[in-house]
Structures are given as C-alpha cells and as structure tokens.
Design a protein around this ligand. Structure first.
Ligand code: PDD
Length: 283
C-alpha cells in the first residue's frame, strides 16, 4: 500500500501527489516547513510547531494556504490514513506557483504539502550509543530563526560530516557554535551546567529545545544560554543535540575528541528519558 500524501486539498497516493514546476518552493526555496514527531499515533507539541509556522510565514510575508487552525486536522488525517504509530509528519508551505520572477506574485495561493515518515523514535541506536559530530563553517543565511526549505547548506554539512566518518555537523560562526545542521547543540560543563546558544536570528528556535530546557530547569539543573566555542566543547563533560526527529541524542565525540568516557552522559540520558515520558503522557 502506498503512502497517502496531502497536496493542496487532496489526499493522494504518493505516486500521484504532484506540485507545479513553477512552484516557488522549487524555483526559489520560497517556502517554510515544520517537522512534528508522532508517538503512539499522536502529534507531539504540535501547537508549538504551528505557532512557529505562523511566525515563519509572517516573517516572509507569506499568506497561509488556509486558516492555520485547519492544518492540524489534516496532519492528524495523514497520521490516520497512513496508520502511523511512530515517526514524523512533515508540512511545507510555499508561496505557490507563478511564472518565474523574483518579486512576490500577486493573486497566487500558497501551496501546502503534508506527508508522514515512519521512524522508530523510541528504540534508536544513535540515542543508545551517542553520536559523533564534526565542526564545520556555518555558511547559511542570516535568518536561521525562520524555518525555510532552503536546506542546501545543512545538506552539504551533513554529507561532509558523513564523509568524515561522523553522524552530524556542528556549525561554527565567528569562532562559536551556532547549532547542529538540523538540531540545537548543547554541552554540559564539568560542573554540570547545561550550555546552549541563546535565541537570536543565528539559530532556529527549537521546539524540542524549549521543552528540554524547561525539563532541565524543573529538575534543578543549571542552564546557561550563551555561545560556546569548539574548544570549550572538547573539554565538556558531555554534549547533546535536540530536535523533533531525534528528541535528545547524546554526543560522545566532537572533531575526533572523545567526551568523558565516550558513552552517553547522565544529563543527556536523563533529559531524553524525561522528554519521552512527557511526550508519551501528552500522546
Ligand atoms: N530540524 N536547528 C535546525 C537548523 C533545525 O533544522 C532543527 C529541526 C532544529 C530543532 O528544532 P525542533 O526541536 O523544533 O525540531 C534546530 C528538523 C527536525 C528537520 O529539518 O528535519
């Protein structure tokens, strides 16, 4: 049975789901997206994803394809029609299809595509063993707070990391880590303080970041939102990343330097467990 995909009002088998070659998402990467996780067939923290979608659209002066409160029922329908228990729901809005020209076209309806991807989020070897990352220059544009579909720089970074034998890249600008190629980055100092870059246009305001930092504070852990360097990361007790598709992954190696004793650290392990408990309770 083929996957059912939503495209501009229709639920179609993926082979029949099509977008115009004139779609500005295709021609200009003129689009925004969200990835929400699904556990036990339920979307996790989806209201926060929808709020960020609204902000991304506003920052780009892009009209919503339909009233935003009509989108979650479509996401749920996609989960249902595909019998999705665990995985992600991807949604993308683009400025629609128009003859190729740079300024915003007039009288064009935005496009909406929603599809699901199955993935075992709970039993994940990367979470069990931790991942290695390499640092690479952050060559992305200056509005990383907007979740746009222009993902060539992160795709190049992720591939370069794989080619270097690592799982992911941490991006560096002005000597400091911004974030991971598709996740937020954290270190835990030797005295147990969680350090992650403060919110600004330099990073995506992660939905998982917000939830995990709230859990950390609830647990009485010390959190510092500030920039940190690769050198500080090499000396950290542990490190981790967060995103909707990974929850919390421990990082055990940075640029070939092993952190602690090379296994997932207690803070990352605890935060992953707390996040999953909270998500399952919500589901
Ligand atoms: N990426 N930073 C970047 C650059 C990201 O692309 C993402 C998410 C995050 C984490 O945000 P959140 O916790 O809201 O998922 C941070 C998604 C998962 C992706 O592109 O597949």
């Amino acid at each position: 049975m083929s996957r059912i995909v939503y495209v501009n009002g229709a639920y179609l088998p993926e082979e029949e789901a099509k977008i115009s070659v004139f779609d500005r998402g295709f021609l200009f990467a003129d689009g925004v997206y969200e990835v929400s996780s699904v556990l036990a067939g339920k979307l996790i923290d989806n209201a926060a994803h929808m709020a960020r979608l609204e902000r991304s659209l506003g920052e780009l002066k892009m009209a919503p394809p339909l009233p935003l409160d009509e989108i979650p029922p479509i996401q749920r329908e996609i989960v249902e029609r595909n019998g999705l228990d665990q995985g992600t729901v991807y949604l993308q809005v683009t400025r629609g299809a128009a003859d190729r020209d740079f300024p915003f076209p007039k009288g064009v309806t935005s496009s909406l595509v929603i599809f699901s991807q199955e993935r075992n989020l709970l039993e994940d070897p990367a979470a069990a063993h931790g991942i290695s990352v390499v640092t690479l220059p952050d060559i992305r544009w200056q509005r990383r707070d907007i979740k746009t579909v222009q993902l060539l720089a992160p795709a190049l970074a992720k591939q370069a990391a794989l080619d270097a034998g690592a799982k992911d890249a941490w991006l560096v600008e002005d000597g400091h880590i911004t974030e991971g190629s598709s996740n937020n980055a954290y270190i835990v100092t030797l005295d147990g303080t969680i350090v992650t870059r403060a919110l600004s246009n330099a990073i995506l305001h992660g939905i998982t970041r917000r939830a995990v930092l709230a859990l950390a504070e609830r647990e009485g852990l010390k959190v510092e939102e500030r920039s940190f360097t690769p050198e500080e990361a090499y000396e950290a007790g542990e490190a981790f990343i967060t995103s909707a598709s990974t929850f919390v992954y421990p990082v055990v190696k940075i640029d070939g330097r092993i952190l602690g004793n090379g296994v997932p650290g207690p803070v990352a392990t605890k935060l992953r467990q707390l996040y999953i408990e909270m998500a399952l309770a919500e589901a």
